[in-house]
Design a protein. Structure first.
Length: 181
């Protein structure tokens, strides 16, 4: 974990924006994939590199920090062939530290417990029967005295906000038409 935190700090110094979340994700990647694995660089690049223009500085810093562990498929000779044979990604030899835990219950005779008729309420009270206040009542209320969340008031505020935004948009469009650039 400390190694990834140090690497994240170096990336920040190099000008690549690194958040706490990406540092945490980088630590998770280092737990899953061994540093000697050629896919380790690509996995960390997927976490840290947000734009392709940052990739070159990431690669340079990665080589300096992790000691040249590479997975470059871009190293090609003049004739377009790779100087070393490519590693088969789908090979059966795994160097990752991936572990999958599955626990199966061997009690095949177990049944779910039966519920008594008192435990299940098939007819809950309907909220439809309650009288909902109309918009004028909601608008006249003082919002400083609210003690709980009221969905009707929230929906009214959303509706009013959309109306205000629409009027503002129309006004700005008209102002732009009246005085062209």
């Amino acid at each position: 974990m400390d190694k990834i935190v140090t690497f994240s700090g170096l990336l920040r110094e190099k000008g690549i924006p690194v958040s706490i979340r990406s540092t945490h994700t980088g630590a998770e990647v280092s737990k899953l994939i061994n540093e000697d694995d050629p896919l380790f660089r690509e996995a960390l690049a997927a976490v840290y590199v947000k734009e392709q223009k940052q990739r070159e500085s990431f690669n340079q810093l990665f080589d300096e920090f992790f000691g040249g562990v590479t997975a470059d498929a871009d190293d090609e000779g003049e004739d377009g062939t790779s100087p070393s044979p490519k590693k088969n990604v789908w090979s059966t030899k795994k160097s990752q530290k991936w572990t999958i835990h599955h626990q199966e219950n061997n009690n095949k005779d177990s049944k779910a417990r039966e519920l008594s008729s008192d435990e299940v309420n098939y007819h809950p009270p309907l909220d439809d029967n309650k009288k909902t206040p109309d918009e004028s009542e909601l608008l006249s209320r003082d919002i400083n005295t609210l003690t709980s969340f009221e969905p009707e008031l929230f929906l009214l505020c959303q509706k009013m906000g959309k109306k205000i935004a629409m009027v503002r948009s129309r006004r700005q469009r008209q102002a732009r038409i009246m005085r062209p650039d």
